[in-house]
Write a protein that binds this ligand. Sequence first.
Ligand SMILES: [Zn+2]
Length: 408
Amino acid sequence: MDKEYTKMDAGLLHLTNKKVLLKLIKQKGQISRSELTRITRLTPPSIARIVGELAEKDQLVEYVGVGNSNGGRPPVMVKFKNEGNYIIGIDLGATYIRGCLVDLNAKFISEIQVPTEINNGFEYIIEKVIQVIGKLESRVEDGEKIWGVGIGVAGLVNNKTGIIESSPDFGWSNINLRKELENRLNLPFFYDNSTRLMALGELKLGARQDLKNFAVINVGHGIASGLVVDGKLVKGEKGFAGEFGHISVDTNSPIRCKCGMNGCLEALASGHRISALAKLEVKNNNSDQLKQLSNGNPDLITAEMVVKAAKMGDATSIRIYNEITEYLCKGIGTISNLLNPEVIYIGGGISLSGKFFFDLIEQKKSNYLLPQNSNVQIVPSTFGEQATTIGAVSLVLKELLNLKLTTK
Ligand SMILES: [Zn+2]
């Protein structure tokens, strides 16, 4: 350890130690300075100086008096300062723009949801995002601080250039979101693909932060995934790893995907596909329940209506769900046999269908899994509808804990 450090200059060494201490204090919640000394093997004066800096300059930790002593001097206790420090998370989706203001423990302080109204075009949508951020900013009191804004966007975000190269949901290509937002936001901001952020959110803030190998599958209007292997989010060369919706699950399918290929998982098993199949059935008079739920207008049918009808026992809706879960299990089999994850989280609108949906997945999954991989657990994502906003929060939190937002 010492050998490695001899190559660093004093400033870099200080920064490295500071990051280690900040992460340790965050992880423990509350800890004594002497315990920090014992764990890190830094000297007590170094610990006192760095903790002092984190408390006074950065306002990220605070002293909480003295703890119990075992006869010697009572230990000085410090804690991570969640309260009064906030992050804004935004989920920029094709249907809704969701925003949340959370403390550094990801506790919700405030949230907003507005329809995206995608047909009004790019400028309108960006303006709406700015307004949501502005409203959330206004809910913070004097003396409190928002450290940054994270944004999850449905599209392929090139991690090297920041360009959204393609977003079929929005009909965008080659959008420079950084350029669009930098003159209009007075906070640091970061963005990435919404599903990759769902996986980051599970990794950093989810129910099982001990997991080293897992996948998040986002089944909503489209289908994508975020993959975590050996404790790291897989990004690939440009950040496009995980485009699970575009693996072919039926090469003979006449159904054309938005990407131009035939038989993609997204074309055959997304929320869009569920409603498309149901519309066709209603037009052919094959489901009284769906007809009723949509007030006789097939164009109003949504995937939520189909699951509702299926739960009521509608044979047509059950058949549709049987078909799409079969395809999803083909995809799940591919991910499981390729990466051997311990857990597969399913997020996105379709995952909100509940037990009915997850039971179908359980019934069918073994058809596509090696027996040795069949113990993979398939569960709903930790944060439900907020999976992307919390993922976006975790993107900012990562920067904060690496002291990228403090020491400039
Ligand atoms: Zn495709």
